[in-house]
Ligand binder design. Structure first.
Ligand SMILES: *[C@@H]1O[C@H](CO)[C@@H](O)[C@H](O)[C@H]1NC(C)=O
Length: 307
């Protein structure tokens, strides 16, 4: 005859006669515990082994799907600019501020300060690989070329608040790093594409006729920034580049050297029209850089408004 429900459940929890807890004796509980400890240990060991084998096949230095064969990222570098907008408007490309002492430009200057300070603080352990490079140099191993941030002066430096206070702001342009990518530079000024802005062509031509320059000094990824529409074109005023409108080819290829310093170009908008929104497009120029505004390849768009 079955016992009443309550009694049977209590009995299930602790059966005095058979000395079982939840239907198992002490020995039975001991066995099952040992079994599961062994079972899960084996599972963990097997999983660790698989992970270990997998980690043996990857390199921390270079991507597996190497750029030499065309990586997933592709071989056409993107262009980026600083300062970035505040975190709450991260998608925005608008740089807007009031000139003058009100520090309405504080965020932009803080951003640029942070970007440039990083170049001054090279960790001690990387210093032995830091080289001062010249055109034609090739880096080996973990060696990398130093980028002297002071060369963004005299205009685009912290001491001058990057020009924001005075209303002639600087932005900093940078090519995105692609492992093992080398620019195929325009080697002679006749080589330069027709759609390259005249202003920079002139600068390039001048750079190369200066004493001490030679063919090899032309080995740069050229950078240009100009107004997008006819209005912008007029309102943008004078555009200056520091140290010059290009990134020397000796910084490439990037091979994930620890401490690698991306070359920068500071672009100063020296006489922008006040109170109007400017659409600006910056482009990088080399034979193997193609411009695609939609895909954000080889060029970058920003808006600038100085009040
Ligand atoms: C710059 O760095 C400082 C110190 O790390 C930080 O407090 C500040 O928010 C940074 N500025 C920006 C605009 O990110």
């Amino acid at each position: 005859m079955p016992a009443p429900q309550k009694a049977s459940f209590a009995e299930f929890l602790w059966n005095r006669e058979e000395k079982t807890v939840l239907g198992r004796t002490g020995l039975s509980w001991f066995k099952i515990t040992v079994f599961y400890i062994i079972f899960y240990s084996c599972l963990a060991a097997f999983w660790s082994l698989c992970l270990f084998i997998f980690l043996q096949t990857i390199s921390y230095k270079e991507p597996r799907w190497n750029t030499n064969t065309g990586s997933i990222i592709g071989k056409n570098p993107g262009l980026g600019f600083r300062p970035r907008p505040p975190a709450e408007r991260i998608e925005s490309t608008l740089v807007m501020f009031n000139e003058g002492p009100g520090e309405n430009w504080g965020h932009w200057v803080s951003e640029l300060t942070n970007v440039t300070e990083k170049y001054k603080q090279v960790p001690e352990k990387y210093k032995k690989n830091m080289k001062t490079c010249n055109y034609g140099d090739e880096m080996e191993g973990d060696d990398f070329c130093v980028f002297n941030i002071e060369k963004l002066g005299p205009k685009c430096i912290k001491d001058r608040n990057f020009g924001y206070e005075a209303g002639n702001p600087c932005i900093i342009v940078k090519l995105n790093k692609i492992f093992n990518w080398r620019p195929d530079v325009y080697a002679t000024s006749d080589d330069l594409p027709d759609n390259m802005p005249e202003s920079v062509r002139e600068v390039i031509a001048r750079d190369f006729t200066e004493p001490g320059s030679n063919e090899i000094n032309k080995q740069n990824v050229w950078i240009t920034c100009e107004g997008e529409n006819p209005n912008d074109f007029e309102n943008i005023g004078k555009v200056n580049y520091y140290p010059h409108p290009g990134m020397p080819a000796y910084y490439y290829p990037f091979q994930n050297q620890p401490g690698y310093q991306s070359p920068l170009v500071a672009v100063e908008f020296a006489s922008v029209k006040r109170g109007v929104l400017l659409n600006i497009e910056c482009k990088a120029w080399a034979k193997n850089i193609f411009h695609d505004r939609k895909e954000r390849k080889g060029s970058v768009h920003l808006e600038l408004m100085v009040d």
